[in-house]
Design a protein around this ligand. Structure first.
Ligand code: 5AD
Ligand code: SF4
Length: 477
């Protein structure tokens, strides 16, 4: 059997889960009669998690649940958790704590937790001991077994814990209840092999594994037929897409195949690890008209010493070289990045090099984080002498500088005509719509609501500090 086949959840297993779905449905019908039980599903963290949340909702809908945005009227609450930083975890503990009252008020209510936090022993232990009203805990590798696990919970009324460690599987053809009708997430690979020293992801999401291009293309094709206009391909490191597959394909090859599908839609992707981002990728973005001119390329630090400590496998020079090449090939390309401030042992000098780098690159926006110690990672055992107050001060400096750069970056679009996907009512005032450009910039413009869901050409008239303002090009009105 090929490596790919051993990772795929078998047809038999998926059928078995469907059988459990029916059984849950029967239990719910008995318990709730004509009144449809309500589930509240909330995903914390990254888009991969949001995408998993859509599968959870797909499976629950099949079992007969309706959905609510609030926990107050929920018969089932599922929190799909994130482990990437401590504050994400704290939020989950806080919100789970608040559910105690809901549970007391609502007979038979079920509380379930899943996602990345559940792959950490110390977290599961704490939940087991201090949160006795949590009924169901399942990890990232058994998402597709939700029907079986919920059946166990409902039929035995005992606590169910299922958090096996695994290199990871791929479950195709799960039902998906998508959050939007214009923009869709499509995972192309799961897991991560990079072991950046600060990061918990490789420990909680298993090894890198790619979906076949056939499955991905079929999904995208259907989404386009269903009227979706923006497809975001997801992976912890999309640039290593294809490794381990039987077919000979890399990420650029996949982009080209998706680009050649019929239909008026745009393609985004995230995240690109700079060590694997190549000129070939840049050429592909330049040559594929559906691929957006935006690259999220997390640099993490502007200090080569810190990058080595982080195990990132690139240096600032090679990073900047790629940025230069991309700007030369695609003049209107936009860059965004993630930055960690206060990695163990980071000095003021290291931090100033990060400041220097963001001035050189001139990102359109940044996602900035203070380093958060993650149990079990290599960085967790490194010396971390910098006081927390210093790290906070540095972060503020970084934010201040990026605010200045971001505002200047927005100014350069004034006068340009940009293709915008109108996606809802705007914030700029009555009668405005809002949308995103290829560069993922927000543009508000006066237009009628019928245009929501279509691409429009907008000429930029003004840059505010949070977005652009524009007017629809009269030839397209
Ligand atoms: N502390 C702070 N930020 C982190 N990230 C990942 N792990 C940590 C950590 N331990 C950030 C990185 C990554 C983004 C998704 O989260 O910048 O790119
Ligand atoms: Fe996503 Fe990583 Fe958070 Fe898991 S730990 S939800 S993979 S950001």
């Amino acid at each position: 059997m090929s490596k790919q086949q051993t990772m795929l959840v078998s047809e038999e297993e998926l059928l078995r889960q469907e059988e459990f779905s029916h059984r849950v449905k029967e239990i719910l019908e008995m318990r709730y009669g004509d009144h449809m039980p309500v589930a509240h599903v909330h995903s914390y963290g990254c888009q991969q998690n949001v995408s998993d949340g859509e599968k959870i909702k797909g499976m629950l809908a099949r079992m007969g649940y309706g959905f609510s945005e609030s926990t107050a009227d929920a018969d089932l609450v599922i929190y799909n958790t994130c482990a990437v930083r401590e504050n994400a975890e704290d939020r989950v503990f806080g919100n789970v704590g608040a559910l105690k009252h809901n549970k007391q008020r609502r007979r038979g209510m079920v509380i379930g937790l899943c996602g990345c936090m559940m792959q950490q022993e110390h977290i599961v232990h704490r939940l087991q001991k201090s949160f006795p009203y949590v009924d169901l805990i399942f990890g990232t590798h058994v998402l597709h077994r939700l029907p079986e696990l919920l059946y166990q919970t409902l039929s035995t009324r005992e606590r169910v814990f299922e958090t096996p460690d695994s290199d990871g599987v791929i479950a195709e053809h799960l039902p998906i209840q998508r959050d939007g009708s214009l923009k869709a997430w499509v995972p192309i690979m799961y897991g991560c092999n990079n072991f950046c020293t600060y990061c918990i992801v490789p420990y909680v999401r298993g090894r890198e594994r790619s979906r076949t291009s056939r499955e991905i293309l079929a999904e995208v094709e259907q989404l386009v037929l269903d009227g979706y206009k923006e497809i975001t391909l997801l992976g912890q490191n999309v640039n290593s897409y294809g490794k381990g597959l039987e077919e000979e394909i890399n990420f650029s090859g996949l982009l080209r195949k998706i680009n050649s599908l019929d239909g008026d839609f745009r393609i985004r992707f995230m995240t690109s690890h700079p060590k694997d981002a190549t000129p070939e990728l840049i050429d592909t973005i330049a040559e594929c008209e559906k691929v957006c001119h935006h690259l999220h390329l997390p640099v993490q630090s502007g200090s080569d010493r810190i990058l080595r400590e982080m195990n990132r496998h690139y240096d600032t020079e090679s990073y900047l070289e790629l940025i230069r090449y991309a700007r030369q090939r695609i003049p209107d390309i936009s860059f965004t990045s993630d930055i960690i401030v206060g990695f163990p042992g980071e000095t003021r000098e290291d931090f100033l090099q990060t400041m220097d780098l963001i001035r050189q690159v001139r990102y359109d926006s940044l996602f900035t984080f203070i380093y958060s110690k993650r149990v079990g990672t290599k960085a967790a055992s490194m010396d971390d002498p910098t006081p927390a107050e210093d790290k906070t001060k540095w972060l503020m400096e970084l934010l201040e500088e990026q605010k200045r750069i971001g505002e200047q970056q927005l100014q350069r679009y004034v006068g340009d005509t940009m293709r915008v996907l109108a996606d809802g009512p705007g914030k700029a005032g009555e009668g405005y719509l809002t949308g995103r450009t290829e560069q993922n910039l927000i543009v508000d413009f006066p237009a009628s609501e019928e245009l929501i869901g279509s691409f429009v050409e907008v000429t930029i008239t003004k840059a505010l500090n949070w977005a652009l303002l524009g007017e629809i090009n009269t030839s397209h009105r």
